[in-house]
Design a protein around this ligand. Structure first.
Ligand SMILES: [Zn+2]
Length: 199
């Protein structure tokens, strides 16, 4: 999977047991763990599918993932193990796809939106296919996007995270890493987090 946001590469929260997830209660749906990656970008930045697939849900939720989210089921032609999973793109402005649309990696599916909690960002989440979102079932899992994004894009994400902490980014757009001994906020290593977490 390629990165769905290309113009700005600014990760603000990895998957799993993040500082933010453990100090707030907004992630109760995933057992108080952050179930995806947060990628900040100015409001109106294009969000792309990043994969080949079919749109299976376009929803304007009343609560989390506002203002809209899109869910895409990858096709078997993907060079990733997403086939029995779906990819959720949270906090989109007006989506530019509808249910049933076939998408390619470069298909624009929407844009980041200022209405997202914590500032405009994409919440990128990978979960089991069954029932996508509304009706969770037993044995449903969330997966660490670090293992689904291509290594090229993961390297760029990690470099961007390091650059942010090197510049002493300590406030602003929902940058929710740990604080190191110099008082800089760092995101740490996304691969130290588990491959998957239960819902
Ligand atoms: Zn998130």
């Amino acid at each position: 999977m390629i990165l769905p946001i290309l113009r700005e590469i600014r990760p603000t929260q990895w998957f799993g047991d993040t500082v933010f997830a453990s100090t707030t209660t907004i992630y109760s749906y995933s057992g108080d763990l952050h179930a995806g990656f947060d990628l900040a970008a100015s409001a109106g930045s294009n969000v792309f599918a990043g994969i080949y697939g079919t749109v299976v849900d376009v929803v304007s939720p009343a609560s989390s993932f506002r203002p809209n989210y899109v869910i895409i089921r990858p096709t078997r032609s993907n060079p990733c193990e997403c086939v029995n999973r779906v990819v959720l793109y949270g906090h989109l402005g007006t989506p530019s796809v509808k249910v049933g649309d076939k998408v390619r990696p470069a298909t624009r599916i929407g844009a980041t939106d200022a209405a997202a909690g914590g500032g405009p960002h994409l919440h990128l989440e990978i979960r089991d296919y069954e029932d996508h979102y509304t009706a969770f079932t037993d044995n449903e899992w969330f997966y660490n996007p670090a293992y689904y994004l291509s290594s090229y894009w993961m390297n760029r994400l990690q470099a961007a995270a390091k650059a942010q902490s090197a510049h002493g980014v300590s406030s602003g757009l929902a940058f929710v890493g740990e604080t190191d001994e110099d008082g800089n906020r760092v995101l740490g290593d996304p691969y130290t987090q588990p491959y998957r977490i239960p819902r």
